[in-house]
Design a protein around this ligand. Structure first.
Ligand SMILES: [Zn+2]
Length: 126
């Protein structure tokens, strides 16, 4: 058993949003380590029905099963080069992604996060 607490984060690959996501999750949820799974524009990838998310799901399962993570965070952010939509559409994508993963991982807590132009993290309520 791990004594460290892990969480799983589905984030953009953008280097600017790694530390803000890790620090916010650690601080607000008492997490020791954040397993980071990235794609360019992760919120767009997850919300798009056409996307093949097999490898993302495989990585989530490793984090949940091997590290005992019980929480999955989905991040969208300002000035995203991988998902060129405005703030409101990002939030829609994040909500869609959260709903999708809630069905697939019903025993995990799924949380949507938005990272603003000031690199501040806010929780998205559905
Ligand atoms: Zn991005």
């Amino acid at each position: 058993m791990n004594i460290n607490k892990f969480a799983t984060c589905l984030n953009c690959m953008d280097g600017r949003v790694q530390l803000p996501a890790i620090q916010w999750i650690s601080k607000n949820y008492g997490i020791d380590y954040v397993d980071m799974i990235t794609e360019a524009g992760m919120d767009g990838v997850l919300s798009n029905q056409e996307s093949d998310i097999t490898s993302i799901l495989m990585k989530i399962n490793i984090s949940l099963k091997k590290h005992g993570s019980e929480k999955i965070f989905i991040v969208g952010h300002f000035d995203c080069a991988g998902n060129l939509v405005d703030r409101e559409v990002h939030k829609k994508h994040i909500k869609l992604a959260v709903s999708k993963l809630k069905v697939l991982f019903s025993s995990s807590e799924i949380v949507g996060l938005w990272i603003s132009e000031n690199w501040e993290v806010e929780k998205i309520y559905i």
